[in-house]
Design a protein. Structure first.
Length: 66
C-alpha cells in the first residue's frame, strides 16, 4: 500500500467515530500509552489496543480500495 497523503489521512480521520478518532490521536500525536488512554477514556487497556488496531486496519482498507 502506498503512503497516505496528508489530505487522505485527514479525510480518513474525519470518517471515524469520535471514540476511535480520540484513541488514534492520543496514541500517535500525544504519544500516550494504551494504559494512559484507557484511564482517560474510562476503558479497559485491551479495548483501547483493540480499537486502535482495528481503526488502523479500517483506514488501510479505505485506501486499498482506491
Amino acid at each position: 500500500m502506498a503512503k497516505l497523503t496528508t489530505a487522505e489521512f485527514i479525510e480518513a480521520i474525519k470518517e471515524l467515530s469520535e471514540k476511535r478518532r480520540n484513541i488514534l490521536l492520543m496514541s500517535y500525536f500525544l504519544e500516550m500509552t494504551d494504559a494512559e488512554i484507557a484511564q482517560v477514556m474510562e476503558m479497559e487497556r485491551f479495548s483501547v489496543c483493540r480499537n486502535r488496531l482495528h481503526t488502523l486496519k479500517l483506514i488501510r482498507d479505505m485506501y486499498e480500495e482506491d
